[in-house]
Design a protein around this ligand. Structure first.
Ligand SMILES: C[S@@+](CC[C@H](N)C(=O)[O-])C[C@H]1O[C@@H](n2cnc3c(N)ncnc32)[C@H](O)[C@@H]1O
Length: 311
């Protein structure tokens, strides 16, 4: 299935989910407490993943409520279809980019939304499955596409983009050694193309001085590549703009981010919406996971949830 066409999962995608990969949904209590307000109707999980948040939402929402789950990655759609089969027609699943949420909901016959969640970024499967090429830890091709139909890969950026573009990309994503890293990439690719995540992360580790930080020296570069390959900031801005007119009065929109650039977009956009009128901030400060949650799930540590309500 390609993005923008059909809606439900293909027959192949309905096969049983692999038990190999799991994803622990973050801030689930907080999501339920802040988004389930007694409103009935259709909810949207714009980043369905393995369905963890949708399962929690369906468990807490009145029986007559349904959830439309959207994911850009056909592999996640297949896994979610398996995990959510028990909910029957309370769940609809669509493959697509949430930046086109207006078209996706229209195709599904949904004209008004009672609540929505965006849990941004990628799933644990993406990090843990080497062939998807997102991981610093596991060697794989320099890919990083959430939707494998996407024409741009990390390989293209690393091996074909000019110095200025690579340097700018990783600098705006917070890498202060952007010049040093980009010079090393251009030097290395003069001899032969950089093919794998292990090659790239080793190259970066070799030129970036130890900072006494807990994160790997290639973390910010990998984040920047992933954001560019998947147009993440643009999708987020478009997704919020497109969902705004679809939300019913009283409906809440919750967004979970995992890094400061995304959180800034959400904070500023929600702030502007509240200032212009017709919207009210439900969370003035972002909601963060408890210490217990972070201890149990390290990947929750940078999560921030912001919620806004349509008046
Ligand atoms: C953090 S995971 C969500 C996990 C999910 N809440 C769960 O409980 O399993 C983010 C998901 O969003 C999907 N995604 C990322 N960008 C997207 C986009 N622009 N449109 C739709 N899905 C997207 C990814 O494929 C991934 O499965």
């Amino acid at each position: 299935m390609t993005e923008g066409e059909g809606t439900g999962p293909s027959e192949a995608a309905k096969r049983p989910a692999s038990q190999e990969f799991t994803h622990t949904a973050v801030l689930t209590e907080e999501v339920v407490n802040l988004l389930v307000t007694g409103r009935k109707g259709a909810f949207v999980d714009a980043t369905l993943g393995m369905g963890g948040h949708t399962i929690r939402l369906l468990g807490a929402l009145p029986q007559e409520c349904s959830v439309l789950g959207i994911d850009w990655d056909p592999e996640m759609v297949g896994i979610a279809a398996h995990n959510l089969a028990q909910f029957g027609d309370r769940v609809k699943i669509a493959q697509g980019n949430f930046a086109n949420i207006d078209e996706i909901t229209a195709r599904e016959g949904i004209s008004a939304i009672s609540g929505a969640l965006f849990d941004l970024g990628i799933s644990s499967l993406h990090f843990d499955k080497p062939s998807r090429g997102f991981s610093i830890k596991h060697d794989g091709p320099l890919d990083m596409r959430i939707n494998p139909d996407n024409p741009l890969t990390a390989y293209t950026i690393i091996n074909q983009w000019p110095y200025e573009q690579i340097e700018h990309l990783i600098r705006i994503c917070g890498e202060r050694h952007s010049r040093r890293i980009t010079r090393a990439v251009l030097e290395a690719r003069r001899t032969r193309a950089l093919e794998t995540t292990a090659e790239l992360s080793a190259l970066i580790a070799g030129v970036v001085p130890g900072r006494g930080e807990k994160i790997h020296p290639a973390t910010r570069t990998f984040l920047a590549l992933r954001a560019a390959v998947n147009y993440e900031f643009d999708n987020l801005t478009r997704g919020i703009q497109k969902i705004m007119p679809l939300l019913k009065p009283g409906a809440r929109l919750g967004i979970i981010t995992f890094h400061s650039l995304e959180d800034r977009i959400v904070k500023e956009t929600f702030g502007m919406m509240a200032e212009l009128g017709g919207w009210q901030l439900v969370t003035r400060k972002p909601v963060k996971p408890s210490e217990e949650e972070v201890t149990a799930n390290k990947r929750a540590r940078s999560a921030k949830l912001r919620v806004i309500e349509k008046l």
